[in-house]
Design a protein around this ligand. Sequence first.
Ligand code: SAH
Length: 307
Amino acid sequence: MARQPPRNRKPGLVVIGGTRARRALGAVWLVGAGPGDPDLLTFRAFNALRGADVVVHDGLVSEEILDLAPSRARRINVAKRKSRHTLPQDDINQLLVALALDGLNVVRLKGGDPFLFGRGGEEQAACREAGVECHVVPGVTAALAASANAGAPLTHRGSAQAVTFVTGHAAHGEPDLDWTALARPNQTVVVYMGVSTAGLIAERLMAAGRAGSTPALIVENASRADERRVLTTLSGLAEAAQGVKGPALLMVGEAMAMADVRSPPPLTGEGGREAAEGALAAERAPSVISPGGELTPPPLRRGGEFK
Ligand code: SAH
């Protein structure tokens, strides 16, 4: 069974016979925070957060989710530093390792799933190399929330026999994708990080044979209060992508014709999550939703350096 996130972990370990206190090794938890709505966090992600000494997060994670970490937990935003530049990946890797070697329980909180365009693999490799324990908690990736809210299945009998997740990020001028494979009909292609290359992607897909009339759905801010959906066609994708500012997915495929572009009704009515939490609390499920005990935070040796 996977190791559960520690709760109320004691910060230090005294070496018997030694002359000074030594910290136990910490661990790194690569945690998927889901697409934004805290309702889409897993219980395991929630528990990992509750056991965090430090939360290292990027810009896609909402305040509402960060607020679930204990108040003692230090937050480090690696996406928005003073210079507004993201901390380079190598520095993030080193930061995670250094914090864990310092005895801290490090939660590396990522939007969606850590292993889907999340660079979780690199962080895990850095931990492995340094001999730091590393655990991965899966998250709901943006495509699943976008598809669910729109009522547009990613696979559907008769119109989508496969789904492919690709990145539209163009590291070398244009996305390095197998256009012929992606142009085959009856499959859904979900493009992450593809808003700025939407025109190019549509052009390449059509040049490779995908019909310009193929339904295409753009979902911006999936699962958040400001979620927006635009249903268009492959030939209209570039134009429809203009004006998209938040994180968004391009979803191309016959099954996207099923998308409902109206706003979704709230899942559990007004104050849904609060009501659900209240009901659970009443049933005394403390291991799941009650706040963990507050520990005095172990001091961070490299205090301030990464803030
Ligand atoms: N690991 C994340 C993806 C990170 S890559 C996941 O599994 O979802 C960042 C891209 O993800 C964004 O450019 C956007 O394309 C997509 N994305 C992340 N959150 C989103 C959201 N709430 N709505 C729509 N797209 C989102």
